[in-house]
Design a protein around this ligand. Structure first.
Ligand SMILES: *[C@@H]1O[C@H](CO)[C@@H](O)[C@H](O)[C@H]1NC(C)=O
Ligand SMILES: *[C@@H]1O[C@H](CO)[C@@H](O)[C@H](O)[C@H]1NC(C)=O
Ligand SMILES: *[C@@H]1O[C@H](CO)[C@@H](O)[C@H](O)[C@H]1NC(C)=O
Ligand SMILES: *[C@@H]1O[C@H](CO)[C@@H](O)[C@H](O)[C@H]1NC(C)=O
Length: 959
């Protein structure tokens, strides 16, 4: 006989206090279920026998109990009350309801609170979200005024005259700036995983069981999560709050608006008041397949799982089977009550809270969003949808979806699930290792809707619109990319008649932007939710009014084929931005001639061009060509780690006792490195990882485009810096101990002899001598202050020891989320900062004072540090971000209030790093043999790399 599957209540997990990168806590499973089902121990036959009897007894009781629970006991009719039967019959009505949001005009928004003025936004360049003319794709920007009253959009048309306005109407002058509907993020954990992440207020995964369709994110929504406001400062007005992906069935989800309490136009601070639709017309649910559930629940030798995708499929199917039984028992009861009259029913309506929500899903009342990455996951889930007849609204993460549009079209319900994607966050775990930046474009071309989501805090949802922007950059048509964070997402939430468009009758959720929303650095000037302005004193960056992006279709013609060339003649180049070679060209009359990988001539170059062509040079014509300096990735794990969550693919992590040199662990020719190279990042300086966070050891500088570490000149700097973490570990259980330990090591190094061969002591000696930079991974302003004191003390000790003035430790802060707070002290101490990530947010406690930028704060850390004269650079905190380093520079430039030039912005990701490390960018000869050829400006979203030359004598060309 088979044991009934144990799928609830019987397992306990002790929560560890560390978070994995994917946001799942670590667990120590405690099996309290040992005796429930026979284990395979053949030598203890007697106990097996006893256990079997016990199990059969349990199972019989279980069946009996389940049967009674669902079908009732026929002999209890005399105890039934008519009132309850009638109530049950009313429930039948609800069970049969098909949710529908009425299209008919509303007088007021159910969320409108009396006393709020009407608002006229005058003279906005408006994106309505609908095609407005017949040509082309029909979408375009229009000049319009937008009138909002009672929480609804009343009119969208040009030239609304003041005489037509309601009496207390406020007027907001948009001055031609761009206006869209509020951004809709279909995948967020804000409020159930509040920031900064702390154990006590994390409520996103109900890990008491793998199958918990019966829990609700609403019960954990914390309206005081400040991240709600940060996200809103990126124009996001609506988010779907999903439970996490630790469970195969995670529970019910809720759509909220980012308006909390009186200041945001609500009457009180309440999660219920945040719900988009007070009537809760639609319900939502989250499921997840693949690595997460099996890694949380699968434990070898235990009686619970799922351990594999095979097990996950069974857990899914078993749960759907329970819900199917409930639904059909209820339908039988309701139909019988219809026929014989409810008073004559012999039992009450079968109800079961455990399977109620899943039953509602089978009844078509719940919109289901499922986290599935891989083909097996997608295909299995599509099978479940057909076996149990339910629809899937969207697959999330879904990196492999672009490979299998036909599988998706087989899903139940006639419409293939949409894809809720990141634009380019990939490779971090095995199931994310097959992925494409063109996924959105390919899916769209195959009739599948792509939408872009944050999975906040995985990505800071403040910047979810940047995901759509990158999708546009990667070939998705402009209107589809923008729909992917507005109207398409709204549609998938069943709210397509309420939000996501700027149209009379819709909720008055509006953003006026400081530039095209898909441009780098775009930030709202103001945000309205249900007609109420959300920022009392929004900081507006000093940014010239700019036209909408051209929406060039040239980006859709993706250039995928890479070839290696030595000789190329390029036309259409407008500017050369490489330091020392800056030039503006007449694009029509000029060419750039490349021989053996070096630029030998720019301008008319008649002779050079002719001879190159004679010798078979490639001829390339560019759209808006730019030649930029190549960039360097500092303090990533490129070259040391490929799939971060897979130990076999990484160099490993050093502990308290161990330190190493990155150069000894380099493993090249990886997808991560190829991606960096193809995005113009030709060099990386990577350091060994520390087990408890940060880096520990000596970093190495190498070329990203190399096949292996033995190629000539691949490693151009075998010892770049000594990296040291300030982290709580077994040996240094407190931050104070970690700083103290570093200080005593440095003071020891002051006295020691350089000849010592041990890596750490030798490196620290180099550090105190000022020969090797000391790169410390740290975010907290207070810890940075401790490090500045440490630096001064060690320098003083060194001066006493050598009886000489002027030895200085070359300290670099890596991370630096809060470094802006002590910018002046950093400048004075001549300590450089590598911001990693570039745009920090309060992800962790030590980053809680991050500056998140306009409209909430005046600039971000880079602005404060730059103004204070700190030498500053941009690094990455996760390797996938490397590909966006030019765009990061673009954001710094666009949002720098005019204080950060293009040249300075590019220096943040190139020369500033070399300068901090005391390295020289190569350029020994007169020739320009390291450069990146772009179509479009490298600092703008509508650009792409066409050629990369890394000084090896060849150029990589994409056609
Ligand atoms: C709208 O704003 C733009 C930019 O400030 C300005 O040039 C134009 O005259 C304005 N139009 C109206 C109707 O006010
Ligand atoms: C923001 O800071 C800059 C200096 O960094 C200053 O010039 C500007 O006036 C500030 N803007 C606001 C709105 O405070
Ligand atoms: C390119 O390099 C090859 C091999 O080093 C050399 O023979 C050739 O002359 C070079 N071509 C030019 C144009 O410099
Ligand atoms: C350093 O080396 C010198 C001679 O080279 C020696 O006299 C001295 O004791 C050494 N100091 C230490 C701390 O090892």
């Amino acid at each position: 006989m088979v044991c009934p599957p144990m799928i609830s209540n019987n397992h306990m997990y002790e929560l560890g206090n560390t978070m994995e990168k994917d946001g799942l806590p670590r667990y120590t499973p405690v099996d309290e279920n040992g005796a429930h089902c026979p284990r395979r121990r053949r030598h203890i036959r007697r106990s097996i026998f006893r256990l079997a009897i016990l199990t059969c007894l349990t199972y019989t009781l279980y069946i009996h109990w389940t049967w009674e629970r669902i079908y009732g006991r026929p002999d209890v009719k005399e105890t039934l009350t008519t009132d309850k039967l009638r109530t049950d019959y009313e429930t039948c009505g609800r069970l049969r309801t098909v949710p529908k949001i009425s299209k008919s005009a509303r007088e007021r928004n159910a969320r409108y609170v009396d006393g709020h003025s009407a608002v006229l936004i005058r003279n906005a360049t408006t994106w309505t979200g609908e095609p407005i003319h017949k040509s082309d794709d029909g979408y375009s920007w229009v000049q319009a005024d937008v009138l909002m009253e009672y929480g609804l959009i009343k009119r969208v048309e040009p030239g609304i005259s003041e005489s037509e306005l309601p009496s207390d109407c406020e007027i907001y002058e948009a001055n031609g700036r761009q206006l869209t509907s509020g951004i809709v993020d279909m995948h967020s954990h804000v409020t159930v995983d509040p920031l900064p992440s702390l154990r006590g207020w994390s409520d996103d995964n109900e890990l008491s069981s793998d199958i918990t369709p019966y829990v609700r994110s609403l019960d954990g929504i914390n309206p005081l999560d400040h991240q709600l406001q940060v996200i809103k400062s990126g124009g996001v007005t609506t988010s779907l709050i999903l439970p996490g992906s630790g469970n195969n069935m995670g529970g019910e989800a809720y759509v909220v608006k980012h308006a909390v309490g009186k200041s945001d136009g609500r009457s009180e601070i309440s999660a219920e008041d945040m719900l988009v639709d007070p009537d809760k017309t639609w319900r939502y649910m989250k499921m997840a397949c693949g690595e997460n559930p099996k890694s949380v629940y699968g434990r070898l030798g235990r009686d619970f799982g799922p351990f594999s995708r095979l097990g996950e499929a069974w857990y899914f199917r078993h749960a759907f089977e329970q819900a199917t039984a409930l639904v059909s028992a209820q339908d039988d009861w309701c139909n019988a009550a219809d026929t014989i009259g409810v008073e004559n029913m012999q039992t009450y309506l079968p109800q079961d809270l455990q399977w109620e929500s899943l039953g509602a899903l089978l009844r078509g009342q719940v919109l289901l969003n499922t986290h599935c990455y891989t083909i097996p996951d997608l295909e299995a889930f599509v099978r479940h949808s057909n076996e149990f007849k339910f629809r899937i609204q969207a697959f999330h993460h879904a990196h492999q979806m672009y490979l299998v549009p036909e599988i998706l079209k087989r899903a139940y319900g006639g419409r293939p699930p949409a894809a809720a994607l990141f634009a380019d966050n990939m490779y971090y775990k095995a199931e994310a290792y097959v992925a494409s930046e063109q996924a959105g474009k390919i899916l769209f071309e195959n009739g599948i809707t792509p939408v872009y989501v944050s999975d906040n805090p995985v990505l800071n949802a403040q910047h979810v619109v940047f995901e759509a922007a990158k999708a546009y950059r990667n070939g998705l048509p402009y209107h589809v990319a923008l729909a992917g964070v507005t109207s398409a997402s709204a549609e998938l939430l069943g709210l397509g008649e309420r939000i996501g468009k700027v149209k009379p009758g819709f909720d008055a959720d509006i953003v006026v932007w400081d530039s095209d929303p898909l441009r780098v650095g775009a930030a709202p000037a103001q945000v309205w939710i249900d007609g109420t302005p959300q920022f009392e004193e929004p900081v507006e960056l000093n940014k010239p009014t700019s036209k909408p992006l051209e929406r060039g279709t040239w980006l859709q013609d993706v250039k995928e084929t890479m070839s290696e060339q030595r000789d190329v003649v390029i036309s259409g180049v407008l500017r050369i931005l490489v330091p020392g070679y800056e030039e503006t060209l007449d694009a029509k009359a000029s060419v750039v001639v490349i021989r053996n990988g070096s630029i030998i001539c720019t301008g008319s170059c008649k002779t050079e061009s002719a001879s190159a062509q004679d010798e078979g040079a490639e001829i390339i014509e560019l759209h808006d060509g730019h030649i930029a300096p190549p960039l360097v990735a500092f303090a990533s794990t490129l070259g040391l780690a490929e799939i971060e969550a897979e130990p076999d693919t990484v160099d490993g992590a050093n502990n308290d006792d161990m330190t190493s040199r990155a150069v000894d662990g380099l493993a090249l020719d990886t997808k991560g490195l190829k991606t960096a190279f193809s995005h113009g990042i030709t060099k990386a300086i990577s350091a060994p990882v520390f087990k408890y966070g940060g880096y520990k050891g000596v970093s190495a500088g190498f070329l990203t485009g190399a096949m292996h570490a033995h190629e000539q000149a691949v490693v151009w700097q075998d010892e770049a810096a000594y990296h040291y973490p300030i982290a709580k570990t077994d040996k240094t259980p407190s931050f104070s101990a970690a700083v103290g330990q570093l200080k005593s090591k440095l003071l020891k190094a002051v006295k020691s002899n350089e000849t010592n061969t041990l890596t750490e002591e030798r490196s620290l000696k180099q550090v105190v001598l000022g020969k090797m930079p000391l790169a410390v991974t740290v975010h907290s302003a207070d810890l940075i202050a401790s490090l500045l004191r440490l630096k001064a003390e060690v320098e003083a000790a060194m001066e006493r020891e050598t009886m000489r003035d002027g030895t200085a430790i070359r300290m670099i802060i890596v991370g630096g989320a809060e470094s802006w707070i002590i910018a002046d002290a950093l400048a004075k101490a001549n300590v450089g900062v590598v911001l990693a990530p570039f745009l920090a947010f309060a992800e962790s406690w030590d980053q809680r004072r991050s500056l998140t930028g306009a409209p909430l704060t005046n600039g971000t850390a880079i602005d404060v540090l730059h103004t204070a004269g700190v030498r500053v650079a941009i690094g990455t905190s996760e390797d996938w971000q490397t590909r966006n380093l030019y765009l990061a520079a673009g954001i710094a430039h666009a949002n720098g209030n005019g204080d950060i030039s293009e040249k300075e912005a590019l220096a943040f990701v190139s020369t500033n790093i070399y300068d901090m490390l005391g390295l020289r960018a190569k350029h020994s000869s007169q020739v320009l043999d390291e450069y990146v050829v772009f179509e479009g400006s490298p600092l703008e979203i509508d650009s792409r790399v066409r050629m990369v030359a890394d000084g090896s004598g060849k150029v990589a060309l994409w056609t």
